[in-house]
Ligand binder design. Structure first.
Ligand code: NAI
Length: 258
């Protein structure tokens, strides 16, 4: 059966995606820093926030699937209520470094999906600035520079998720000749434990008004279905794009001005 690595499987969207893919016959290699009991597949406990942790996780993935893997879903992430350095380390470098670490394991025809966010559509940072941070060879120096920028620190979550979309395009281009696809998914507000953090970060009224406009918040399954599609061969010609899964929220907000 196809081997898929999924991060963030202890909670929310990652947990739901792992269950969905297991039920479809995939062997799921789940990763999280929080423990998981009775995981249907292979569970690896590890921390994606620093390079040592990422390398330990990649070693265990290699041991679990010596013949290679067929996909990777980078779902682990932290909300903007965490300190900016933590947000940038996990949401940006955790994603980038895990992709690079498992790159030799990814077989032709495999697919990578990274979780961005619909909030990243609220303003677009300069692509050159995103690339300078997200693709920096010297991670320490890039972090020092970013933490000195008040705009990045004040919008660390938005900035981190724009970096995720940029990294997805970047790796899609880099891996295209190897038959490995890379896309991002941008959810709107989904009912998981971090929705409370989003209310604190973006304003309770703003988040709640989204549910009023759309009739409800998103459910983890709404997002998991789209991640599963992008991981599957059915999405074989979908590459280097961002799939917004927000119930129409961004479209609603962007057209409100007309
Ligand atoms: P969640 O908080 O329910 O799950 C996140 C999981 O990631 C947790 O199990 C956590 O332990 C794990 N994790 C965090 N840092 C880690 C690290 N350093 N190493 C290993 N594991 C780590 O969150 P949720 O809602 O399921 O979010 C999943 C992804 O979707 C995140 O990237 C989030 O930013 C994104 N997203 C969520 C939205 C929402 O409204 N819930 C909206 C837009 C994007």
């Amino acid at each position: 059966s196809p081997q898929i690595v999924i991060t963030g499987v202890a909670s929310g969207i990652g947990k739901e995606t792992a269950q969905l893919l297991s039920s479809r016959g995939y062997h799921v290699i789940g990763v999280d820093r929080a423990p998981v009991e009775d995981f249907a597949g292979t569970f690896i406990q590890g921390d994606l926030s620093d390079p040592t942790g990422v390398n330990q996780i990649a070693d265990k993935i290699r041991e679990t699937a010596p013949a290679g893997i067929d996909g990777l879903a980078n779902i682990a992430g932290v909300p903007g209520t965490a300190p900016a350095e933590v947000v940038l380390n996990i949401n940006v470098f955790g994603v980038r470094d895990l992709i690079q670490a498992v790159r030799p394991q990814l077989q032709r025809g495999s697919s990578i999906v990274n979780l961005a966010s619909a909030v990243a559509y609220q303003w677009r940072a300069d692509k050159a600035q995103l690339a300078e941070f997200a693709l920096a060879a010297d991670r320490q120096q890039a972090m020092t520079q970013a933490l000195a920028d008040d705009h990045i620190v004040g919008h660390s979550y938005l900035f981190s998720k724009q970096c995720v979309s940029l990294l997805s395009e970047y790796f899609a281009a880099e891996f295209v000749a190897d038959g490995i696809r890379v896309n991002s998914v941008s959810p709107g507000p989904v009912e998981t434990p971090i929705l409370e953090d989003f209310k604190n970060d973006h304003g309770c009224d703003k988040v709640n008004s989204a549910a009023t406009t759309l009739g409800r918040f998103g459910a983890p399954a709404d997002i998991a279905q789209c991640i599963a599609y992008l991981l599957s061969p059915e999405a074989g010609w979908v590459n280097g794009t961002d799939l917004r899964v927000d119930g129409g929220l961004t479209a609603y907000r962007e057209t409100a001005q007309f």
